[in-house]
Design a protein around this ligand. Structure first.
Ligand code: BES
Ligand code: MN
Ligand code: ZN
Length: 500
């Protein structure tokens, strides 16, 4: 049987830029660079580049683009695109974004073969990986249901030009890694982009486990009967209002020879559509709630990346998935649910459903032996108030584990900032008739949501990432078009390579 390749390779070459065989050569340029910062480049343009700099036509502002011909016939590329990198840090975070922005610009111009010259500060492998990730992120297309627009330009074949360091084994491996991480981010974006009517919990489970399964991850889909047997009253409670049955995805990555511990446990919120349930949401922007499974998609696609990249440690992934609907059997404010852990919850707002299904999910990850937990969820509107649309809220304990995840996240291009979990906030989620309330009111809404999750993790090191603001971009940026961002995929995958 024909098996589609799980990843398509990306070229990596060393050698002088003049020898690069591409239609378009892309070169980052930083404010403060002297004209000879890239040897021979200006001469290859017949002095056109220096002229543009002097006249201020091109000022190297972030993401600014300058296209010109390469007139020197001893160069193989015929055109160059110089992309501005500004005057700030030139680390891999910026380079990744420059690669995406330039990649998108190349696609707009129907370029078939583009090469990106790796420049910047820091480890050469990190930079090459970031370029591969960034170029791959430029391949995402969100208009798959359009029937009348001309089809999008074919994806160019990309080359990462490690012209300063050479195409040694390190650069080649870094590009391969970046390629996989970019592709897995795009797969998560595709899932998040999918509407609620096509991506039901059953369909989500089918697609997400297929993605991970073809990479070698062991997968299981538990149905409502098995979920009931596990006693997951929180997940079942949320699912009651929907005609679609819930599912629980279980991913296991067990590389031969891996030590018994640590076991990384990844848990993702998989609400395929969140109407709010009986505590129904206003109509305005409700359509956005199709991406309320972005955390679950990040977990599934990170599991795929982890297996493709052959991470050295054991990893478990858990994605509870359901709709949150206001059907005749739906849970009502005031209802009490019993979790798989035994804790009881008084549901005073059915729109705080994510923490419910994650409570059961986190408990199960622990049951399966996770020693270090990370959950990812579009959990609260309040985190958007606190941190806006560019920063993921990070919570957890102990501090060392939170710091570790944050450091890895920032390196992967997922910006995170911590919010506190002081015990004092716990009063807000005390119930008169059960162990917990499912909401703590408006004040510190993201914190009380995180404290609710904490009740289900015991003493296991745990981090919660609230991606409600970062999973979806409302406006188009040079490096991120409107739509799903694929947040957290690269962070979760990179964690499986850490020592803890
Ligand atoms: N899925 C939403 C959170 C959300 C809001 C994600 C906006 C992305 C953008 C979550 O299930 C929810 O409804 N949370 C409520 C909690 C409240 C009822 C305590 C919220 O944030 O309003
Ligand atoms: Mn909700
Ligand atoms: Zn939700």
């Amino acid at each position: 049987m024909f098996q589609a390749p799980v990843s398509t390779p990306m070229a990596c070459t060393g050698g002088p830029l003049s020898a690069l065989d591409a239609e378009l050569l892309i070169v980052p340029w930083f404010q403060g660079d002297t004209i000879d910062a890239v040897a021979g480049l200006d001469a290859a343009t017949g002095g056109e580049f220096a002229r543009a700099l002097t006249s201020k036509e091109f000022q190297a502002k972030p993401y600014e683009l300058f296209f010109t011909a390469i007139t020197d016939m001893s160069w193989r590329a015929r055109r160059v695109a110089i992309i501005g990198g500004g005057s700030g840090e030139r680390g891999s975070d910026l380079i990744r974004r420059l690669a995406t922005a330039a990649g998108l610009a190349a696609r707009q111009r129907y370029v078939a073969r583009a090469a990106f010259a790796v420049r910047g500060q820091g480890d050469a492998g990190d930079l090459a990986q970031a370029v591969a990730e960034g170029l791959t992120l430029a391949e995402f297309y969100g208009g798959s249901y359009k029937t009348e627009d001309p089809p999008p330009a074919a994806v160019p074949s990309w080359t990462v030009a490690a012209f300063e360091t050479g195409d040694g084994a390190q650069a080649v491996a870094a590009v391969a890694r970046g390629r996989i991480l970019g592709e897995c981010s795009n797969l998560a974006r595709e899932l998040s982009n999918e509407p609620g009517n096509t991506l039901t919990p059953r369909e989500f489970a089918k697609r997400a486990t297929a993605l991970a399964g073809e990479a070698g991850v062991k997968t299981e889909i538990l149905d409502e009967v098995q979920i009931e047997k596990l006693g997951m009253g929180l997940l079942l409670g949320v699912a009651r209002g929907s005609a679609e049955p819930p599912r629980l995805m279980v991913f296991r990555y067990d590389p031969p020879g891996a030590p018994a511990t640590p076991v990384l446990g990844l848990v993702g919120k998989g609400v395929t559509f969140d109407t709010g349930g009986i505590s129904i949401k206003p109509a305005e922007k409700m359509e956005q709630m199709k991406d309320d499974m972005a955390g679950g998609a990040a977990v599934a696609c990170a599991m795929r990346a982890i297996a493709l990249l052959k991470a050295p440690m054991r990893v478990i992934g858990i994605v509870p998935t359901t709709e949150n609907m206001p059907g005749g059997k739906a849970i009502k404010p005031g209802d009490v649910l019993k979790s798989a852990s035994g804790k009881t919850v008084e549901v005073i707002n059915t729109d705080a459903e994510g923490r419910l299904i994650l409570g059961d999910g986190l408990w199960y990850a622990r049951q399966l032996g996770a020693t270090h937990l990370v959950d990812v969820a579009t959990l609260t509107g309040a985190v958007v108030v606190a941190l806006g649309k560019v920063t993921t809220g990070i919570f957890g304990a102990p501090d060392e584990w939170v710091e570790r995840v944050r450091t890895v996240g920032n390196r992967a291009g997922d910006r995170m900032w911590p919010l506190p979990l002081f015990d004092d906030y716990k009063d807000q989620i005390k119930s008169d008739i059960a162990d917990l309330l499912n909401t703590g009111g408006r004040a510190a809404g993201s914190i009380t949501a995180a404290l609710f999750l904490k009740a289900f993790v015991d003493d296991v090191p745990w981090v919660h990432l609230d991606i409600a603001g970062t999973a979806w971009s409302d406006e188009s940026k040079p490096y991120l078009p409107k739509g799903p961002s694929g947040v957290a995929v690269r962070t979760l995958a990179a964690l499986a390579f850490e020592k803890f």
